[in-house]
Design a protein around this ligand. Structure first.
Ligand code: OGA
Ligand code: NI
Length: 337
């Protein structure tokens, strides 16, 4: 528990165990937020503009593998209140958070720092994280924190709304790929996780990272960034900053979408850098296939094309992903035909 950075009252200098070897440091250059990230406006999605919006989403998923969405339909009040709840959670006294502290991947609600591999890793990441399942709500809500007192009611409402949003995004992506209506519903998108990152101000952001560079292994991810910079994506060999736009969601097609689209869609490599001035909290929501469901390039899409990947279960994929140090290319390589 004393390893949780959110329990530290003041940090004057960066502890040695957070200093990365020079080749892995983010460097001193402040990367300004880029204008190069597509912004999808869902206003008018049920009107004549739908076709154009769908094409925009597909192009963004092909070229960037990460985009922002505005007019997403989740109310500003709900997103603001949920952000407040998570910020208050991380600010709770250590003894109130202690019962959630766990490095066990199977724990129903886990609070940890850096990665689940804290004891073994050579260098720690500058972040705390809270993760739990959200769907179906009644199966999971009893495992959630009860502090702050409105945690369960607010995060419950939020989970339902962001699930609707993500299923809409999947529907639009499916439409753009020529798949049947509802293709991604059911087992392919059944598991829903909320994963909240919290980074306290860091004494030397040039030497450490808030999260390693990675691709999200799931079907689709969304992030509510708050208003503090830190998320970066790899584009044309260089890192670009993802601007925290007010009331926008960042959407990242996961590696499973890359496989189901037979390589047509891409999933951005991204990472988090720290800053010395303010705490940063981001709310991630991930939709993931059920463990035993088969994943493979979609039939409706293939026509006469040759599938690039063999079928596998998400359980199989995830085990390859973790045994290959979360390296997306190595994990996908195990299923390439
Ligand atoms: C993640 C992630 C980015 C952020 O949780 O997979 O990439 O800004 N988070 O917290
Ligand atoms: Ni990610």
């Amino acid at each position: 528990m004393e390893v949780l950075t959110s329990n530290w009252s003041s940090v004057q200098s960066l502890p040695e165990s957070y200093v990365f070897p020079p080749a892995r440091r983010p460097g001193t250059d402040d990367i300004p937020p880029s204008k190069d990230i597509p912004i999808i406006d869902l206003e008018g999605i049920d009107g004549p503009g739908r076709f154009g919006i769908v094409q925009h989403i597909i192009k963004a998923s092909q070229n960037s593998g990460l985009f922002q969405v505005i007019n997403h339909g989740v109310s500003r009040d709900l997103t603001d209140q949920t952000m407040r709840i998570f910020q208050e959670f991380f600010a709770l006294p250590a003894e109130l958070k202690a019962r959630f502290y766990s490095n066990d991947l199977n724990s129903s609600c886990r609070l940890y720092t850096s990665t689940l591999n804290y004891e073994k890793e050579a260098t720690h990441y500058w972040r705390d994280n809270l993760t739990h399942r959200c769907h179906p709500l009644e199966d999971h809500i009893d495992h959630w924190p009860e502090n702050p007192p409105d945690y369960r009611s607010m995060v419950g409402k939020y989970s339902i709304e962001v699930r609707k949003f993500l299923l809409t995004m999947l529907e639009l992506i499916g439409e753009g790929m020529g798949l049947e209506t509802g293709y991604f519903e059911g087992e392919l998108s059944k598991t829903q996780l909320v994963s909240v990152n919290h980074h306290i101000p860091c004494p030397d952001p040039s030497l450490t990272l808030g999260m390693p560079e990675h691709c999200d292994p799931n079907l689709i991810s969304m992030l509510q960034q708050g208003n503090v910079c830190g998320l970066q994506a790899l584009k044309d060999g260089g890192w670009i900053g993802i601007e925290p736009l007010p009331n926008a969601f960042v959407v990242i097609p996961g590696l499973q979408l890359r496989v189901i689209s037979n390589g047509m869609l891409t999933s951005a490599v991204h990472r988090v850098v720290t800053n010395s001035k303010e705490s940063r909290t981001t709310i991630g929501t991930f939709l993931t296939p059920s463990n035993d469901i088969q994943i493979r390039p979609a039939d409706g899409l293939l026509g006469s094309l040759t599938p690039m990947y063999r079928g596998y279960t998400y359980k199989e994929f995830f085990s390859r992903f973790t045994s290959n140090d979360c390296d997306a290319e190595k994990a996908l390589g195990c299923f390439k035909l």
